[in-house]
Design a protein around this ligand. Structure first.
Ligand SMILES: [Zn+2]
Ligand SMILES: [Zn+2]
Length: 170
């Protein structure tokens, strides 16, 4: 699914994209979709290229980074992206580009890859350290019990002091 930027009408172009698991790249082992990714996108021509505004929603399944349990994470993210049309160069716009240079992606040809655009923004919306909930207690470093669900008999005092340093890294 591509948008040919030369075909975007003056009033802009609205698109709806729906993607199942297969649209996420195969290296995305850590992300499973509990429902398809839905994205509404609006494409607009600008003097230097294209401006895209979008909204992505889905329910993802991730592993908690502390207790390693699977949990559901609802995602609802808005984003904006600007593309620069390499053919639409103009010295005058160079200045305008400078202001928000970081947001600007260069277009490779006259087409925007829609699944790629949605995938990129969905992955950006993921937490770096996903947590099943804010106060997740994680696993006991000695016996491995999930401390959210139960308690164990390992007391912190019984930990060999040589492990203390390691524990503080967990
Ligand atoms: Zn957790
Ligand atoms: Zn324990």
């Amino acid at each position: 699914m591509f948008v040919d930027i030369t075909q975007i009408p003056l009033e802009g172009l609205d698109l709806h994209f729906r993607g199942g698991e297969d649209f996420l790249d195969p290296s995305g082992e850590r992300v499973h979709l509990l429902r398809p990714v839905e994205a509404t996108l609006h494409f607009c021509r600008t003097p230097i290229g294209v401006w895209v505004r979008g909204q992505i929603s889905s329910d993802l399944q991730l592993h908690c980074s502390r207790c390693f349990e699977l949990f559901a994470l609802p995602v609802c993210e808005g984003f904006e992206m600007r593309y620069r049309d390499p053919l639409g160069e103009s010295v005058e716009e160079e200045h305008e580009l400078g202001r928000d240079e970081l947001d600007v992606s260069f277009l490779d040809g006259a087409k925007i890859n829609v699944p790629g655009l949605v995938r990129e923004n969905l992955l950006l919306a993921l937490p770096v350290q996903p947590l099943c909930h804010e106060g997740c207690q994680g696993l006991c470093p000695r016996c491995g019990i999930n401390r959210n669900g139960g308690t164990c008999l390992c007391s912190p005092a019984s930990i060999d002091p040589r492990w203390r340093k390691l524990e503080s890294l967990l």
